[in-house]
Design a protein around this ligand. Structure first.
Ligand SMILES: [Zn+2]
Length: 271
């Protein structure tokens, strides 16, 4: 992932209001001055109109890319150093696994009334390849359809660093091998001495606060822990809305494990 932006272009984007910065509480801060040491800040680039088409249906959304300022700063400093020393080619070194999260906005946030929000964890195998081992792909499409069709509008926050509930794609591949040898999705994480769920929702919380400013919203999720985590980070006025879809033979056992772990899924949802 390449996250460096040339300083003159950066300045132009700031002047146009296309590059903004928010603090952990979702409040706007000045992107020209560095954030307080140790304070969490998120740079947001957008809106970028994105015509979407999935399964023959078309959607119009505005895309915002969001990245933690601390990580962005590290990349910028390294870029300055490399430019001084070795020139353009070394910029490839900057390609790293830094998470750039996305927000897809449907409708005008200023006029939203109790909008639908989906905080979606990235899943390459499910979202892109269409794997049936999890229900991520259908959940993403269903979120698009539901939010687009809802008169209240809403947004999808796509968390790109959440692959495999936070353990990354490589470890997730290992858990699949373990699952095929009989372990369930959580046991496999434990066998690898990894947490059941290591996803960090703090950036999602800041983005919700920024776009909603404390107004009520409906969160599309079967996972009460997601609501608990967001609430613990100061997100208010959230109502959970069930989001069951994509159930099939390939993922029934996976969904049963999620239910036993605490997801609000009923037997008839899985059968
Ligand atoms: Zn998945």
């Amino acid at each position: 992932m390449f996250t460096y932006i040339d300083p003159t272009v950066r300045q132009r984007l700031i002047n146009q209001g296309k590059l903004i910065r928010i603090d952990a509480d979702g409040g706007l801060t000045d992107p020209r001055s560095p954030p307080e040491p140790g304070a969490r800040a998120i740079s947001i680039l957008g809106p970028i109109p994105l015509p979407l088409e999935r399964h023959g249906r078309q959607y119009r959304a505005n895309w915002y890319a969001a990245v933690r300022h601390t990580e962005l700063n590290k990349a910028t400093e390294l870029a300055d150093e490399l430019r001084d020393r070795e020139g353009q080619k070394s910029f490839a070194i900057l390609a790293d696994s830094m998470a750039v999260n996305s927000v897809l906005v449907f409708g005008d946030p200023a006029s939203w009334e109790n909008p639908l929000v989906r905080v979606h964890s990235s899943c390459l195998t499910g979202d892109v390849f269409g794997s049936g081992r999890c229900e991520c792909g259908p959940q993403f499409i269903a979120a698009l359809e539901r939010i687009d069709a809802d008169p209240a509008g809403g947004m999808i926050i796509y968390m790109s660093g959440h692959e495999g509930r936070g353990i990354g794609l490589w470890a997730k591949a290992a858990t699949y091998v373990l699952q095929d040898a009989g372990e369930d999705t959580y046991q496999a994480n434990r066998s690898l001495r990894l947490p059941d769920d290591s996803r960090d929702f703090s950036d999602a919380a800041s983005l919700i606060k920024f776009f909603l400013g404390g107004r009520p919203f409906r969160l599309l999720t079967n996972n009460p822990k997601k609501v608990k985590d967001l609430t613990a980070m100061g997100v208010v006025n959230v109502t959970r809305v069930k989001h069951v879809c994509g159930v099939g033979d390939a993922n029934r056992r996976y969904l049963a494990a999620k239910r036993d772990w605490g997801h609000q899924l009923d037997d008839e949802d899985i059968d």
